[in-house]
Write a protein that binds this ligand. Sequence first.
Ligand code: NAP
Length: 244
Amino acid sequence: MEEVAVVTGASRGIGRAIAVHLAREGVAVAVNYASSSGKADEVVAEIEGSGGTAIAVQADVSDEAAVAAMFDRVAEELGPVTILVNNAGITDDGLVLRMGTDQWDRVISTNLRSVYLCTKAALRGMVRAKHGRIINISSVSGVSGNPGQANYAASKAGIIGFTKSMAKEVGSRGITVNAVAPGFIETDMTEALGEDATGRAAGQISLGRLGTPEEVASVVGYLASDGASYITGQTIVVDGGLAL
Ligand code: NAP
C-alpha cells in the first residue's frame, strides 16, 4: 500500500524534520503550514530533490473548514491519507494570573482542537482501509507541567488523553494512535526563549544538551513504520533524560 502522510506544521522545526524523514522512507508527504509558504516550498523542494514526493498545503489547523479542504486536496493529489502527524503547535506563555483568555483560547485551539479536527478528517479513510497511523506531538510540559505554560501544558496533556482514548476507539480498525513528548529541541520555538534559558535547560538534561528535530523525527518515523505495529496509546518521551 502506498503510504501518504499529512504532517501539520511541517514548514519549520520538528515538523520539517518529520516530513523529510518520512519522505526518505518512501512516504508521499503533505507539508502543511499556516503562513510560511516559502519555507514549506523549500521543504517540498528538498524532498523532491532527493527523489521523494511532496506537496505544500496551507491550512490553519484550528479552522474546521480549512482542515476539511486540506484533506480533500491531499486525497485528490496524493491519495488516501494513511499517516497523520499532528505536529503544529504554538506557545504563548504567561502566569495564569496575568494570562488573557484569548491567550488561553489561541493555544488550546491551535494545539488541541487542531488534533481533534485533523484526526477526524483523516480517520474516515483509515477506517475504510483498515490501516492507519496517527502520531501526536505532545511535550514534557504536558507530562510534568511547567510554570508559565498552563495553557500549553493543558493542551499537551489533553493530547495525551486524546491519544489514549483514540487508541481504544480505533484499535479494532487496524489504526494505531501514539504520542511523542519532546523535551527541549533546537527550533525557533526554543530559540525564542533566549540563550540563558536554554543554557539553564541544558543543565537539567541528563545528556547535557538540547535535542535536534531529527532526533524526534526518527521516533515518529519508527511509530509510523511496520516495526511499531503492536504499539498503541503510548506516549514516548524524547527529552535526553530531562524529566527523569
Ligand atoms: P516551530 O519551529 O515554532 O514550528 C511550528 C510549526 O507549526 C510551523 O510549521 C508553523 O507554521 C506551524 N503552525 C503554527 N500554527 C499553525 C496553525 N494554526 N496551522 C498550521 N500550522 C501551524 O515549532 P517546533 O519547535 O518545531 O514544534 C513543533 C511541535 O513540537 C509543536 O507542537 C510543539 O509544541 C512541540 N514541541 C516542541 C518542543 C521544542 O523544544 N521545540 C518541545 C516539546 C514539544 P508556519 O511556519 O506557517 O508558522
